[in-house]
Design a protein around this ligand. Sequence first.
Ligand code: SF4
Ligand code: SF4
Length: 119
Amino acid sequence: MFMTKIVLKNLFTKYATRLYPFQKKEPFQHSKGELKILMEKCILCGVCQMRCPSQCIKVDKQAKTWKVDPFACVYCGVCVDICPVKCLYQESQYRAPLPEKDTVLHVQQPKEAAEPAAT
Ligand code: SF4
Ligand code: SF4
């Protein structure tokens, strides 16, 4: 009887937690969320890779790629602070959950391909 009372009470009361990811909390001011890059500004120096405490960034100067493992990132913001050209930034929202682990790969496009051809 005691148990039934609790079950019925829980069925008809509001949830104590949010139904994440359907309901998201507004981020706090200056919160450090998902890491993003402006690849056209990146000079592929590799400093972010060297300083990342969780070793989740891989920079390949030859292949002109910048890769991050978002599942290993701890949102510390060290890479954002030390990037010499300020091409890294963090959004205020956290990364959306995914059913499988994945990495985020950016390939730098050649300058002539990125700019519209002059006529
Ligand atoms: S520190 Fe900045 S410029 Fe250097 S590889 Fe990382 S993102 Fe690119
Ligand atoms: S925010 Fe921190 S953990 Fe994430 S990639 Fe940058 S340095 Fe690495």
